[in-house]
Design a protein around this ligand. Structure first.
Ligand code: ADP
Length: 368
């Protein structure tokens, strides 16, 4: 297996669209790296450049320490699994899986051995004689993965492989691909627009937007220390709440929203970083789980706010409540202790220790 390194890689399509700008990515050997971001951010283009299906406009690409910008896709020793599976309908599962090897002039016995081995790993041995039309979506997906496995590639590339599956199967296949990664100890690069998929599968995640990389980090570090407002809003569901306001100094530092309805004491350890923002406009970020019902507001760092409930969504074990602060729609997920009603006023507690702050102009995180 191998590492993959992109150095300052840019892709400009004919017509001038800059799909990827100055991408620096180091995928480590045996790592599961996820490229995630909204549609059109350049993740497929990045993957396709690694595969050799798109030319690199500028920059360098190394696979296993070899400079491969000009190496043809078939000589890069990588295998790609696509969203639409791309199975040949007239071939059996075994033939589909072995086809790439046949093209590469492998011997029949060797193809059989590799196909059987891959089928075993994927639990599809009993499907080997079927045609694709006699398979479910999940089974087809496994065959598509099997076709990659038989190649024993240096690197596996996945382009939104689960997006044609229904929600339940997607969750199941997610775990299967993670297990497969462990079993094969392979380098895998996986593209998705789904932040949950990225968070649950990735050793590390690359977050892209409009061709730029915004952050590369582990799932937990991205969640707790987003580098900017875009990452903060993209990772996590329901998404982080953003409230515009300013930092003021009284007997300490406070965050005050624009409508002067919310006043939250800045957490001690955040004071130094925020001192230079006193009286300046700023955006605060609060995750929905950092706003508490009084009964669970135990930490000392919690400050009270009063809100009027717009919408209530009981989830069973917890309740999602929606309210507005300074014109921003906010959401909190609180313990299902009481049954709140729409229009009701409610005291809630914000955990100031869990607040994020962003520069209003650059949108960069102020706390590091
Ligand atoms: P993603 O996979 O994140 O949805 P893509 O990498 O497919 O994004 O596309 C990135 C940008 O490049 C988009 O603006 C898209 O319209 C553009 N693009 C993709 N493929 C081509 C192409 N073959 N020719 C011109 N522009 C393209």
């Amino acid at each position: 297996m191998a590492d993959v390194v992109l150095k300052n890689v840019t892709k400009v399509y004919e017509g001038g669209t800059v799909a990827v700008r100055n991408a620096d990515i180091e995928v480590k050997d045996k790592e599961f790296l996820v490229l995630v971001g909204p549609s059109g951010c350049g993740k497929s283009t990045t993957l396709r450049m690694i595969a050799g299906l798109e030319e690199i406009t500028e920059g360098e690409l190394y696979i296993d320490n070899e400079f491969v910008n000009n190496v043809s896709p078939k000589n890069r020793n990588i295998a790609m699994v696509f969203q639409n599976y791309a199975l040949y309908p007239h071939m059996t599962v075994a033939e589909n899986m072995g086809f790439g090897l046949k093209l590469r002039k492998y011997k029949k016995a060797q193809i059989k051995e590799r196909v059987n081995e891959a089928a075993e790993i994927l639990g599809i041995t009993d499907l080997l004689d079927r045609k694709p039309k006699a398979l479910s979506g999940g089974q087809r997906q496994r065959v598509a993965v099997g076709r990659a496995i038989v190649r024993h590639p240096k690197v596996f590339l996945f382009d939104e492989p689960l997006s044609n599956l229904d929600a339940k199967l997607r969750v199941q296949m997610r775990t299967e691909i993670s297990k497969l990664h462990q079993k094969l100890e392979a380098t895998m690069i996986y593209v998705t627009h789904d932040q949950t998929e990225a968070m649950t599968m990735g050793d590390r995640i690359v977050i892209m937007k409009d061709g730029d990389i915004h952050q590369i980090d582990t799932p937990l570090h991205l969640y707790n220390h987003p580098a900017n407002k875009f990452v903060a809003g993209f990772i996590g569901s329901p998404a982080m709440n953003f409230i515009d306001g300013k930092i003021i100094r009284e007997d300490g530092l406070y965050f005050l929203d624009e409508a002067n309805t919310v006043r939250i004491k800045v957490f001690n350890q955040h004071e130094d970083a925020l001192a230079k923002y006193i009286d300046k406009e700023i955006t605060a970020g609060i995750r929905p789980e950092s706003i508490h019902h009084p009964s669970t507001a135990k930490a000392e760092s919690m400050d009270e706010i009063e809100v009027t409930l717009d919408v209530i969504e009981p989830m069973g074990n917890e309740i999602f409540i929606y309210f507005a602060i300074t014109g921003s729609n906010c959401i909190a997920r609180i313990a299902a202790i009481e049954e709140p009603e729409m229009g009701q006023k409610m005291q809630l507690y914000v955990d100031a220790a869990k607040m994020h702050y962003f520069d209003k102009e650059t949108e960069e995180a102020i706390l590091k």
